[in-house]
Design a protein around this ligand. Structure first.
Ligand code: NAD
Length: 501
């Protein structure tokens, strides 16, 4: 089986998907050591796309050994040079952006347009991080002792284990791989099992850009078989993980036993507050984007829409009308595509059923979309639910699908209290014309990102992203803050003697 990608963009390597997506190990394509594979399913059709290397602890062991061997020479190059190579990688990605976006579209079922937007964001991250090679700031300061210089510089950690989710696959790769490499680490990427294609493409281009053999590895496989051994390996100095709270908690416990550094970017249950003075049409537009774009598969999805009582009915009607016009499918004129796999779809629909059984009212959706247009794809109708309590399961657990709940509040205070009443604290948004309310919201909301008159999503490469409570463990990705994840500090004292000049 050799599936051809229709678009011909730039180089020659990304147009044909290999019948088995290989690992990228030590500069070579490699099957998993046991020769085993798993099947990658197209979420838009339910049909197989290709087989993928099913790596195990043996492959992780080989990857770590190669990474350990290659890392010192990589760390010994200047950070400016590393930035140059990463800029070259970003340029190659830009040359082949259409081909990469085709892979993203094929493996996720999202539209070419959305896949291209995500690819461009990944490329921007590359350029941003490459530029940091010429800024890699430490600190110089004073000493209490005469003729003693004091400064702080960054140093690499060694081998970085990177584990990602499938929702925005090429951006997820870029968010971790670029800064991990810039900081002088060797990096091992455990791709999400649902999105092996874009991770494979990044590895191909990294090699072409001149990232030395062994410095960047792509391993494919299932979480427990290929991800867990990376977390457990004693020579992996930092684990940077994007995914569910459940797995994040296990990673923190497991890596914590050997005191390894972990950066955990986890889930969200993000509130969007609609005040009585909001521009309701704008609030509807941003609610649609927050709740339904990317089929709601965003850690930053708006899944709790908190609306002032006096505008509740009007807002609800506008929102339901707007949802009635949403189009679900894989083309550029559709608003969103399928969810990533059958298991996720079944789980989110079961959660809606439990809420319904407990008395919730499902205003729209709540079911899988079927019929000729949808075939065997995992398409879920845009779902709005009301009459749920703040402590109900559906209010507190992340569904990671096109499903959102409406809540009615009497006042600003009640809205903030409800917004903060969550196990998560990733992003939050408020819609108001009042500067005073906006500023009070920014001050009181317990989240890593706060937005006024916009969506709960939409991060930029030069801005830090991350959350409180169960949304993470305090680190930030993107922004210059991401360099703190992948480097450690070295405090330097230099004693000198002016008498010996
Ligand atoms: P998941 O935790 O099931 O899987 C994520 C990754 O972890 C996959 O690569 C998987 O193979 C791997 N994995 C699974 N079990 C593992 C184990 N025992 N050891 C090591 N690795 C293991 O998450 P998912 O359902 O695929 O992704 C959705 C989640 O990701 C949501 O909770 C979402 O909010 C979160 N997410 C967070 C951010 C953020 O920046 N905060 C961004 C995107 C997605």
């Amino acid at each position: 089986m050799n599936v051809l990608i229709a678009s011909r963009a730039g180089g020659n390597d990304l147009r044909a998907i290999p019948s088995v997506i290989p690992n990228h190990l030590g500069g070579h394509d490699a099957l998993a050591s046991g020769g085993r594979t798993f099947t990658k399913i197209d979420p838009a059709t339910g049909r197989a796309i290709c087989q993928v290397a099913r790596s195990t602890a043996t492959d992780v062991q080989v990857a770590v050994e190669m990474a350990k061997k290659a890392q010192p020479a990589w760390a010994a190059t200047t950070v400016v040079k590393r930035g140059d190579i990463l800029r070259q990688l970003a340029l190659l990605m830009r040359d082949r952006r259409t081909a990469i976006a085709e892979l993203v579209a094929q493996e996720t079922g999202k539209s070419r347009k959305d896949a291209l937007g995500e690819t461009d964001a990944a490329i921007e991250m590359g350029f941003f991080v490459a530029g940091e090679g010429r800024r890699f700031y430490g600190q110089t300061t004073t000493s209490a002792v005469p003729n003693k210089a004091a400064m702080v510089v960054r140093q690499p950690l060694g081998v970085a284990g990177l584990i990602i989710a499938a929702n925005t696959p090429i951006a997820n790769v870029a968010w971790k791989a670029f800064p991990a490499l810039l900081c002088g680490n060797a990096a091992i990427m455990k791709a999400a099992e649902d999105t092996p294609l874009s991770a494979w493409a990044f590895g191909v281009l990294a090699r072409e850009a001149g990232v030395p053999d062994g410095v960047y590895t792509t391993l494919h496989g299932l979480g427990e078989e290929a991800g867990a051994p990376l977390v457990e390996h004693p020579d992996v100095a930092v684990i940077s993980f994007t995914g569910s709270c459940e797995v994040g908690r296990w990673i923190a416990e497991t890596a914590g036993r050997r005191l390894a550094k972990t950066c955990l970017e986890l889930g969200g249950k993000n509130p969007l507050i609609v005040c009585d003075d909001a521009d309701l049409q704008n609030a509807v537009t941003w609610t649609l984007g927050s709740a339904f774009s990317n089929a709601g598969q965003r850690c930053a999805a708006g899944s709790r829409i908190i609306v002032f009582d006096v505008v509740y009915n009007k807002f609800k009607q506008l929102l339901v009308d707007a949802v009635g016009k949403l189009k679900v499918g894989t083309s550029d004129t559709d608003d969103y595509g399928p969810v990533i796999n059958q298991g996720q779809m079944d789980a989110m629909l079961a959660a809606v059923e439990r809420a319904r059984a407990a008395g919730a009212v499902v205003l729209t959706g709540g079911h899988r979309l079927s019929g000729d247009a949808y075939g065997g794809g995992y398409f879920v109708a845009p779902t709005i639910i009301e009459q749920v309590g703040p402590n109900d399961e559906i209010s507190r657990s992340e569904l990671f699908g096109p499903i959102t709940c409406l809540y009615r509040v009497e006042s600003f205070d009640e809205a903030i209290t409800l917004a903060n009443d969550s196990p998560f604290g990733l992003t939050a948004s408020i819609h108001t014309q009042s500067l005073n309310r906006a500023m009070a919201f920014i001050g009181r909301i317990q989240s890593g990102v706060a937005v006024v008159n916009g969506g709960t999503y939409g991060s930029e490469p030069h801005m830090p992203f991350g959350g409180l409570r169960q949304s993470g463990n305090g680190w930030r990705e993107a922004g210059t803050q991401t360099l703190d994840v992948y480097s450690d500090l070295k405090t330097v004292y230099i004693n000198h003697d002016p008498g010996k000049v």
